[in-house]
Design a binder for this molecule. Sequence first.
Ligand SMILES: NC(=O)c1ccc[n+]([C@@H]2O[C@H](COP(=O)([O-])OP(=O)(O)OC[C@H]3O[C@@H](n4cnc5c(N)ncnc54)[C@H](OP(=O)(O)O)[C@@H]3O)[C@@H](O)[C@H]2O)c1
Length: 333
Amino acid sequence: MPENFRALVTEETAPGQFTRQIRTRSVDELPPGELLVKVHFSSLNYKDALSAMGRPGVTRNYPHTPGIDAAGEVVSCSDGAFEAGEPVIVTGYDLGMDTAGGYGQYIRVPSSWAVRLPAALSLKESMIIGTAGLTAGLSLHRLAAAGVRPESGDIMVTGATGGVGSIAVSILAKAGYQVVAVTGKESETEFLHGLGARQVMSRDDFMRNSDRPLLKERWAGVVDVVGGPILAAAIKSTSYGGVVTCCGLAGSPDLPLNVFPFILRSVSLLGIDSAHAPTDMRQEVWQQLATKWRPSQVMESAAEVSLTGLEEKFTAMLKGELRGRTVVNLAEA
Ligand SMILES: NC(=O)c1ccc[n+]([C@@H]2O[C@H](COP(=O)([O-])OP(=O)(O)OC[C@H]3O[C@@H](n4cnc5c(N)ncnc54)[C@H](OP(=O)(O)O)[C@@H]3O)[C@@H](O)[C@H]2O)c1
């Protein structure tokens, strides 16, 4: 094991001014934890872009190495939870928030933050899925647990070309659901059909005349990543007894809504958090993502970058311009 490794480091050079460099760091500088992992792949999530660009709400202390996802091999594990050489996935908790994350070639974390890599996934495939895919998987898991079945009716996915959205479209279709994808990128209609969407709707069309307190009943379920007026319109157009999951704020953290969909249509709103989801639920969802729900088309269309290639992706991600998933290869840092 080398004493030093390469990592992307975000620094605050002046109040409110942030820059990113690839630096040499020492394993000794990593935080305490039972599990030392040599990271082979990481991924790009919305939170990573926020942390790397110094946006408020994710990382409090800089200099900092972002990366809320990491997959690699165990170097050592002092509590015996994992064997040296075992492939593991580490996502969520404080990784990449205020704990040095997956944009470094080594991480040290509590062993409870890791899950075993499912046999049917490579390390790279696990990071194409990443936190975005785990979140999409948890959303599907919760919809199904709430009784939404493929025969219940259409499921709408918002922010459909993004990381969570594209995997949600793909795995819902794999699980037999009829998916309606809502997107701001009409140019990606073919991409979304390729993922398994039965219908693709433009964001503008979906939002037209959506100010009324209740809208025509259309969805048995919704996976929303956008928040704000789009989530409100989704809830207002959910059919009687339908279920809406909410995991993101790519559009807005607000929810401009009244109570009518809940008290007149028995609609349920479920919150999804991947960062602290219980280990047994994560392990189960990872297993489904590796097999039955395997998002093959998202895997084929994923972009791969090295640490240096990340810089241009951060801005594009915060503007909502990226499509699908971006995996980060740590081999050539
Ligand atoms: N709760 C959790 O555990 C959890 C986990 C992962 C992610 N998230 C959250 O989920 C959201 C999506 O994450 P992601 O990784 O999928 O990000 P992403 O790849 O950037 O995708 C977000 C998508 O939302 C749409 N969008 C972006 N800006 C928008 C706007 N202003 N108004 C309406 N739609 C907009 C775009 O899709 P279209 O152009 O196709 O509409 C965009 O591609 C983020 O808010 C993230 O923080 C939460």
